[in-house]
Design a protein around this ligand. Structure first.
Ligand code: FPP
Length: 247
């Protein structure tokens, strides 16, 4: 058994699914609407996927909502995305809480992020802190290289203070020091990473954690991504055998 799965006879649900929600801008262009309207449709799609993941019994769902590179976009677009986050928390928090969903944020959400969004985020984290159903992780102001750099600095500090010897540094300690580590409940590595819109790359998302992840790429633009397509990707995943470097 590995990760709760029988190797080669993998018929079980992935524990952790991570999603790169790509294509809002192209969806907007295709439909002749503003980029922000595209992001709004993206948020609606995300809401449906959270519900579906919960119903399917997936334990961890992580979405890439805003990367450290996304600050390069226009102020209007950046502000609009954070306004959507505020809107999302305002309209969905009660239902998420009722459904026992726990919200976590991966990333430097206290840095650069507009104050109203920080208030919403903290409210979502606090309100759902005791829930033990689906763990919904929002990667926000997240970049994997920044995450690893931060972890290295933290480990250096432990060594500097004499709390850890260099030879004691191991993969487990590194994992625990990432955003997905102890500060967010030690989230297991993603079993499956889905990227929409036809792009096939990780874009600085969960680089360390993706060492053994399966990947699913679809041409569907994120706002058009449906719970049915999500389910069919999960079913395909469940039929694949994962060997984790073994036979
Ligand atoms: C990628 O599409 C999407 C984003 C950078 C933002 C994702 C945001 C949402 C799905 C909605 C809001 C989310 C929350 C958590 C409230 P893109 O703009 O890069 O699309 P393009 O590559 O077609 O231009």
């Amino acid at each position: 058994m590995l990760n709760g799965r029988i190797m080669g006879e993998n018929r079980s649900m992935p524990r952790h699914v991570a999603v790169i929600m790509d294509g809002n801008g192209r969806w907007a262009q295709k439909n002749g609407v503003s980029r922000l309207t595209g992001h709004n449709q993206g948020m609606l799609a995300m809401k449906e996927i959270i519900k579906k993941a919960d119903v399917m019994g997936i334990k961890y769902l992580t979405v890439y909502a805003f990367s450290t590179e996304n600050w390069k976009r226009s102020q209007e677009e950046v502000g609009g995305i954070f306004n959507l986050l505020v809107k999302f928390v305002g309209s969905e928090l009660a239902e998420l809480d009722e459904n026992n969903v726990r919200v976590h944020i991966l990333g430097e959400y206290r840095e650069k992020v507009p104050a109203a969004a920080i208030v919403s985020i903290e409210k979502a984290i606090e309100t759902t802190a005791d829930n033990d159903g689906l763990q919904f992780n929002i990667a926000l102001n997240y970049g994997s290289r920044a995450e690893i750099t931060r972890a290295v600095k933290r480990i250096c500090r432990l060594v500097e203070n004499g709390d850890l010897k260099p030879e004691e540094v191991n993969e487990e300690i590194i994992s625990e020091t990432l955003y997905t580590g102890s500060e967010n409940g030690n989230i297991p590595d993603p079993d499956l990473i889905i990227r929409t819109s036809g792009e096939e790359r990780l874009s600085n998302f969960l680089l360390w954690q993706a060492a053994y992840s399966e990947f699913a790429f679809t041409d569907t633009l994120w706002p058009d991504f449906t719970p049915e397509e999500f389910e069919s990707i999960i079913e395909e995943f469940s039929a694949r055998g994962r060997r984790f470097g073994g036979r």
